[in-house]
Each structure stands twice: as C-alpha cells, then as structure tokens.
Write a protein that binds this ligand. Structure first.
Ligand SMILES: NC(=O)c1ccc[n+]([C@@H]2O[C@H](COP(=O)([O-])OP(=O)(O)OC[C@H]3O[C@@H](n4cnc5c(N)ncnc54)[C@H](O)[C@@H]3O)[C@@H](O)[C@H]2O)c1
Length: 337
C-alpha cells in the first residue's frame, strides 16, 4: 500500500515508518524537524530499500502540504505530527492550537485535493482529562474533558475529523477515520535502528536512562503519597512496536463513512517506582531519584480498558512488559553513547 506518515521523523512516526517498510509498503514521510532530527530519516532511508520517500514540509503550509501529497498520492494517511508536551502547552496554549489544530486543517484540505479517503489519527488519553474513579479503567465512553491545551487541541482535531467525514458522507463521498487514543508510549525498535530521541526529553523511561548514566540530574518522583500500592502514580505503558501494530490492525477496520475511536493501552498499570526499577535493571545501574511534591492535575491511576480494540481487531500487546520496554529503550540508548 501507499501510506503517508506525518511526523515521520518523530518518535512514534519513525517507528511506524520502519514497521510499514519492513512489511513491504511504500512510505512517504512528512516532517518539518521541529521536534526531531534528520538522523532518524537517514535511518529510515537505510531501512527502506528505495521504498521510503521523505518531504521536509511544514504542515501548516497548505500549498506545500498539498504538493507533497500530490507527489505520492496516499491510500492511507497516518497523522502523527503534533506538539505533545503538556507543560509547554499550559505555558504556550496558542502554539498548540496553531500547530496541532492548524496543521490538521491544512492536512485534511490537502487530502481532499488528492481525494485521499482514509486516515488514522494519533489521539491521546489526555482527551479524557482527569476521569472520575468510576471511569477507571478508561473506556472510550469516558467523558472527554481535557485539562490542558495539548489535550484540548487533540480533542478539537477529533471533532474536526468527525465533521469532515460527515460532510463528505452527506454528498455520498467516502472518508473514514480511526482515532487511536494512546496511553504512555515507550521502548524502541527491536533491531535498535531507531529509538526515542527528543531534546529536551520529557518522558519517564528515557529520563531514567539518562539519570542512570549521569546525563540527567537525579529523577524527581512527583508524589509518593498517592492511594496506590507504593504511593507513586500508575500509568499504562505500551511498547512503541505494539502501538504501531495497533495501527496495522486499525487499517483493517477504517470505516467507510464514519469515525471509530479505540484506546491503545494494555489495561495493566505500572507505578513510577516500578518503571524506575525496570530501567535500573536494564541499564545495570541504579537510577538516582528523590521524592518531590505532587504535580497539579496528576491523577493517581490512568489505565486503559482495552476491551474495544481487543473486540474489534486482532491487536494484543506482545512487547509491553516493563522489562521489554526498558531493555529495548536501553539497547538503543547505549548504542548512541
Ligand atoms: N509519546 C506518547 O507517549 C504519546 C501519547 C499519546 C499521544 N501521542 C501522540 O502521538 C503523536 C506522536 O508523538 P511522538 O511522541 O512521536 O512526538 P514527537 O514530537 O517525537 O513527533 C512529532 C513529530 O511531528 C513533527 N511535527 C510537529 N509539528 C509539525 C508540523 N506543523 N509540520 C510538520 N511536522 C511537524 C515533529 O517535528 C516531530 O518529528 C503525537 O500526535 C502525540 O500527540 C504520543
């Protein structure tokens, strides 16, 4: 298949490109390198055996985005490109509205120009905000009440895509979108060709590995008096390769004139201290840490109810144990340093 991947140089987008290339697809990556590096695209070119094409493009530039899609008309678009750092979105909300929502408007218009019908969208459990205890584990019917501009911008994209699909359906034209609402993504490629590569880094697993090797000050664990077994927050970690596998399964269930939302999480939570221990074991070095105050708006336990994706697809997490996540992240990290 011919698949366009936005955010192709980013963490999850690059792992998606790699899997699609490994499966024999023709992949066209788009990115502006605002949050990523050309070295990742070079790794994709090496893996792509001539089937990887890349366009350096700002998605907010509608003319350039349309030209990019016209150069390789896609059968499916996977839209990963976004800014995704929660505290930054609290500080600079307009940046998030412009980049995440504006770029998505531009992309949908460009898809119309080339009559591209199918889209898989990277949404997030952040669209649920801070769910009431009766909604945990979180199913797709949980009310979506985001608490920051990042979550709001992603929810706005879902709403926009719903309206886009419906407007086309009214004219008997086909558009279908799957919203995959990810939980916490971590880990790296099983062949260590790419990994999580952000600067600055804000995600727990790579920060643990940096702290273990002295490349980051000791980790501050925010709060140790939550109502959880060890007092630290519990999140649902999914291996990036499992997440990408969910996209492969999602291709098979893209509706023809509708949208479909599915959570992508394992249903099993891990605490900050459990992640920290798994990273210490993988690195063979202790992750230094200290307890700090709670952060505003950090719920004690955010875990997916994966029943819907299990029911509608053959997706099952295969690599999302903490051990597998920490080891794959460590192998790639170790290779870089
Ligand atoms: N990482 C997670 O745990 C997680 C969890 C839930 C949802 N998500 C979603 O998954 C997607 C990918 O996340 P990630 O962790 O790979 O982020 P990332 O920052 O590593 O990748 C995003 C990529 O998009 C590119 N980009 C951003 N704005 C662009 C624009 N206007 N034009 C062109 N390129 C642009 C960036 O340069 C970057 O390469 C995001 O949409 C994010 O909201 C991620």
């Amino acid at each position: 298949m011919k698949i366009t991947v936005t955010g192709a140089a980013g963490y999850i987008g690059s792992h998606a490109c790699l899997r699609l290339l490994d499966d024999g697809h023709e992949v066209h990556g788009l990115d502006n390198y605002s949050r990523s590096f050309e070295r990742t695209v070079q790794a994709l070119r090496r893996a792509g055996a001539g089937r990887f094409h890349f366009t350096h493009v700002e998605l907010n530039d509608h003319v350039a985005t349309t030209a990019a899609l016209q150069s390789h008309p896609p059968e499916i678009v996977m839209h990963f490109a976004a800014f995704a750092v929660v505290p930054e979105s609290v500080k600079f909300p307009l940046l998030y509205w412009r980049n995440n929502v504006g770029a998505t408007v531009s992309l949908l218009q460009a898809m119309d120009e080339v009559d591209a019908k199918k889209l898989i969208f990277s949404s997030t459990c952040a669209t649920y905000g801070e769910p009431a205890p009766e909604h945990i584990p979180i199913g797709e019917e949980c009310p979506q009440r985001p608490t920051h501009a990042y979550g709001e911008s992603k929810l706005a994209c879902e709403h926009m895509m719903k309206a886009w699909v419906q407007s086309h359906a009214l004219s008997d034209r086909e558009r279908g979108v799957v919203f995959l609402r990810y939980f916490n993504v971590a880990g790296g490629d099983h062949l260590d060709r790419i990994g999580e590569d952000h600067d600055p880094e804000t995600h727990l697993v790579p920060i643990c590995l940096r702290a273990a090797t002295g490349r980051h000050p000791k980790l501050i664990v925010h709060g140790n008096e939550y109502p959880t077994p060890d007092g630290t927050c519990i999140r649902d970690y999914v291996h990036v390769e499992d997440l990408v596998a969910a996209h492969i399964e999602a291709i098979k269930v893209i509706p023809r004139r509708d949208t479909l939302a599915m959570n992508v999480g394992t249903g099993v939570g891990a605490s900050v201290l459990e992640v920290l221990r798994a990273c210490s074991t993988a690195a063979g070095k202790q992750v230094p840490f200290a307890f700090g105050p709670r952060r505003d708006g950090d719920p004690p336990r955010l875990v997916s109810n994966p029943e819907k994706i299990f029911r509608l697809t053959n997706w099952r997490p295969a690599r999302s144990s903490l051990e597998s996540i920490a080891h794959s992240a460590w192998r790639w990290f170790d290779k870089q340093h």
